[in-house]
Design a protein around this ligand. Structure first.
Ligand code: SAM
Length: 329
């Protein structure tokens, strides 16, 4: 079988696909209050195009797909798309990243479709602070989704962006959620993908500071063995049901084991979160590319995947400042 392998020998098996650039929330660390300039609908990949891209990539060894955005559930017919994607037996995992505000009625369906895991973004457990961060009053809805997901058969991870000056006082509260719930809480380093660029911070809450803060609180923090390609370094408090992890998204110490590529909602292929986009798959398809031509393009492009996120960033024309909603986090 033809495979996607870069020049450093890393095998690509994981696609992150953004379903849309639209989002129902306006998280401070992701976009400005007025939102982003969303593209015309016709510029978004159609579901048919997304299905085809995923199928072709799965024939090249991609076996895991994460559907993200924007908010995937704001796009009409997303559930039907999930249904078609679930027929692809080359995919062993379909995962979704969501803010959870629109999904509490869909959980049975997600279970029936054998969705593997849901990553639920929740940056505060306090209603008012949640509203300040997301600029929307949906805490109850998201918390309701959290409780339903926790009781479901779906694996549940919580994504918490650690924001200096906003929610660092809740790091321990989030870990305490894992005491009697089988969840994986993941703390993500904040990055300047916010529509403006790097913001001023009093303190930088990077991996080291986050784990230092946690080590100061608990007597014992046990490391948890994880897959080599895991985005997070994982830990557990003894006798707690769940785990927690830290994603060094900005300090980028995990690039050596990267197995991921991304395709944005407008079809931009990205070898790395920090690159400026390599080529537009949507245009290539709309100009009549065959599956074989697509495969050749994917194989050649992956070959040139940058060694790490710093090298990818240094090759960009502009500084990082685009909203994560345009990329698919
Ligand atoms: N709307 C969905 C959600 O909220 O989970 C999916 C898209 S969102 C862009 C994907 C993930 O990226 C979320 O967990 C979000 O918290 C994270 N994210 C967005 N902007 C970020 C930033 N500037 N730094 C770190 N993580 C960010």
């Amino acid at each position: 079988m033809q495979q996607l392998i870069d020049k450093f020998g890393r095998k690509i098996t994981y696609l992150r696909l953004a379903i849309t650039d639209r989002c129902n929330l306006r998280c401070q660390y992701c976009m400005p209050a007025q939102g982003i300039n969303i593209v015309d609908r016709k510029e978004l990949l159609s579901y048919k195009e997304m299905y085809r891209i995923t199928r072709v990539l799965s024939e090249l060894g991609v076996n895991k797909v994460r559907l993200t955005g924007g908010e995937p559930f704001v796009r009409k017919d997303f559930i039907s798309f999930l249904e078609s994607l679930s027929f692809n037996d080359k995919l062993s995992e379909i995962n979704i990243t969501t803010n959870g505000a629109l999904i509490s009625n869909h959980i049975d369906k997600l279970e029936a479709l054998n969705i593997n895991a849901i990553n639920l973004s929740i940056d505060s457990l306090q209603k008012e602070k949640f509203a300040k961060i997301t600029r929307r009053d949906v805490f109850e809805k998201v918390y309701d989704t959290f409780e339903k997901l926790e009781k479901s058969n779906l694996k549940l991870k919580l994504n918490v962006v650690v924001q200096s000056g906003f929610n660092t006082d809740e790091i321990i509260d989030f870990i305490e959620l894992s005491k009697d719930k089988n969840i994986a809480v993941r703390f993500i380093e904040e990055m300047p993908f916010n529509g403006k660029g790097q913001r001023e911070m009093e303190e930088e809450w990077n991996f080291k500071k986050i784990i230092g803060h946690i080590n100061n609180h608990y007597k014992v923090v046990e490391p948890v063995l994880s897959k080599k390609s895991s985005t997070s370094k994982n830990y557990k408090i003894p006798n707690y049901k769940g785990t927690f992890g830290i994603i060094p998204a900005f300090t980028r110490t995990i690039c050596g084991d990267c197995n991921r590529i991304r395709i944005t909602a407008t079809g931009m292929f990205k070898n790395c979160l920090f690159d400026g986009g390599v080529f537009n798959v949507r245009d290539f398809i709309r100009n009549g590319a065959s599956d074989e031509e697509l495969k050749e393009l994917f194989i050649n492009t992956v070959h040139h995947k940058p060694e790490n996120g710093f090298i990818a960033e240094s090759a960009r024309d502009e500084d990082v400042s685009e909203s994560m909603s345009t990329i698919g986090g």
